[in-house]
Write a protein that binds this ligand. Structure first.
Ligand code: ATP
Ligand code: MG
Length: 470
């Protein structure tokens, strides 16, 4: 039978894999039992805490993260079942194993009905306790795996290859490959829609952390208190609405990557807290005094000029230096126009596959895409093509299917905004530009364009044929 000395005498059983991430709270008023259970649990790898009363247990539940509770149902001054209910209220997701005295199986049955995970009757052997804790660890592992899987699936949506063969992109691929093998933070810079998140995912999924979670946190869209509790976690009652304690994403990522998107928007006080977390490799959940160790790789992205933010005092210099170990700057789409046809083909292939028809694009429309400035970068290009395909059921996208700002930017349609030849533009070029601009303006209606241009319909057709063969 189980006694306080048994655990110490027997050789320790092998540790359960992953148990070092699990916190077990042992609640028993008998010191010898408490300590013996603690010894067994620790030998299996669990982190443990002990409480000798229900009150002490509630306090610990509020101030630290607890995955499972071993609860003696016979505690002085408290009904065991009441204690069970209160524990479940404090930490709904914790597994509670109740310990009942011999001959009180009835209360164990009631406890199971009331949400206990399992029960054990006193006196119990060390082997019994070990098997029980192994089951608990297995159950908790599965739960965490499911959560991580959910986060990963969520974050993988839209995950695809990075398209681009421009020299700047080739350079980028080399840095991504290097970054994937490193544990240091990476700062990803680039205008909106250039693919910062895509690059962050590539660093993770092509790197040494690929089998661990990738967890994105949008620092720009959450209110400050929420970002804080998302990143660091909180204890119950830490703020209004914190009815249940929650583990921080920095802790949940266990061995994986946290992607801090829009880091430039992080409030200054949270910047200090994040810096401390990165430096000391531990976090303090909101409202808690206890520190929780973390093991996480940080990727951060922003479309802000962080150096400017440092200069004007809205971003901490020390955090900037911490994050800036490896910096990746993704070029804007207009800086690598040669990749536009590749990207167009890539997106049309995807859209066509989804819709079950082959999609192509007319030369004019492609020219307009090549000419446009793309302030919203690849995302804007992707959205424009999606919109164009939705608007037209024809296989080939025409100029008129494109958003107005793209086809009504015809002045540079022929790449002539900086004319060479001392500013002289050949008449034929001017004529062509004028015809294409008119067509763009009237959504490709040739009759109307001819009328507006003051030329005959057949002349217009002939000119267009000439341009096609050029
Ligand atoms: N090089 C690329 N190849 C293929 N798709 C890309 C590329 N760059 C971006 N995309 C696509 O463009 C869209 C926007 O990319 P992403 O969300 O990574 O940009 P972002 O820089 O994070 O933008 P924002 O600053 O607005 O958050 C996504 O659908 C992404 O798949
Ligand atoms: Mg983004």
């Amino acid at each position: 039978m189980f006694t306080a000395s048994t655990a110490a005498v027997l050789s320790p059983p092998p540790q359960i894999e992953g148990a070092n991430f699990l916190n077990l709270l042992i609640v028993d008023d008998d010191r010898a039992i408490r300590e013996a259970c603690r010894e067994v649990a620790q030998s299996l790898g669990f982190n443990t805490q002990v409480a000798e009363s229900a009150e002490q247990a509630y306090r610990l539940l509020d101030s630290s993260s607890t995955d499972a509770v071993l609860l003696d149902l016979r505690l002085p001054g408290a009904s065991g079942l009441e204690a069970l209910h209160t524990i479940k209220k404090h930490r709904a997701d914790a597994l509670v194993i109740v310990v009942t005295g011999y001959g009180t199986v009835q209360s164990a049955v009631q406890a199971m009905k009331d949400g206990a995970y399992d029960y054990v009757t006193k006196p119990f052997s060390m082997e019994e306790l070990r098997l029980l804790l192994e089951r608990v660890a297995g159950h908790l592992r599965l739960k965490t795996e499911n959560r991580v899987l959910r986060e990963t699936i969520k974050s993988r949506q839209g995950f695809g290859n990075i398209i681009g063969r421009a020299p700047e992109m080739e350079k980028l691929y080399r840095i991504i490959a290097k970054a994937g093998q490193s544990v240091h933070p990476v700062l990803i810079l680039g205008e909106s829609g250039t693919g910062k998140e895509l690059v962050a995912k590539s660093i993770h999924f092509a790197g040494i952390f690929r089998n661990k979670p990738f967890i994105p946190v949008d620092c720009g869209s959450l209110v400050p208190t929420l970002i804080e509790s998302e990143l660091f976690g909180h204890v119950r009652g830490a703020f209004t609405g914190a009815t249940n304690p929650k583990d921080g994403l920095l802790a949940i990522a266990a061995g994986g990557t946290v992607f801090l998107d829009e880091i430039g928007e992080l409030p200054v006080d949270l910047q200090a807290k994040l810096l401390r977390a990165i430096q000391e490799k531990e976090i303090r959940p909101v409202g808690s005094v206890k520190r929780v160790p973390i093991n996480v790789r940080i990727l951060a992205a922003t479309n802000r000029d962080l150096e400017r933010s440092v200069a004007d005092g809205t971003f901490r210099r020390d955090l900037f230096f911490r994050l800036n170990v490896l910096t990746l700057r993704i070029p804007a789409l207009r800086e690598r126009r040669q990749d536009i046809p590749l990207l167009v083909a890539h997106f049309l292939e995807r859209i066509g596959r989804d819709a079950g028809i082959e999609k192509t694009i007319s030369d004019d429309a492609l020219k307009a895409l090549l000419n446009y400035d793309w302030p919203g970068n690849v995302r804007e290009l992707e959205n424009s093509l999606e919109r164009a395909c939705a608007l037209s059921s024809a296989n080939e996208i025409q100029m008129r299917d494109l958003p107005t700002q793209i086809y009504s930017a015809p002045i540079d349609l022929l790449g002539m905004s900086q004319p060479t030849n001392g500013g002289i533009v050949p008449m034929a070029e001017l004529e062509k530009q004028s015809i294409l601009a008119a067509l763009a303006q009237v959504n490709g209606d040739k009759m109307l364009a001819a009328r507006l241009l003051g030329i005959g319909k057949t002349t217009l057709y002939r000119k267009l044929k000439e341009y096609e063969s050029q």
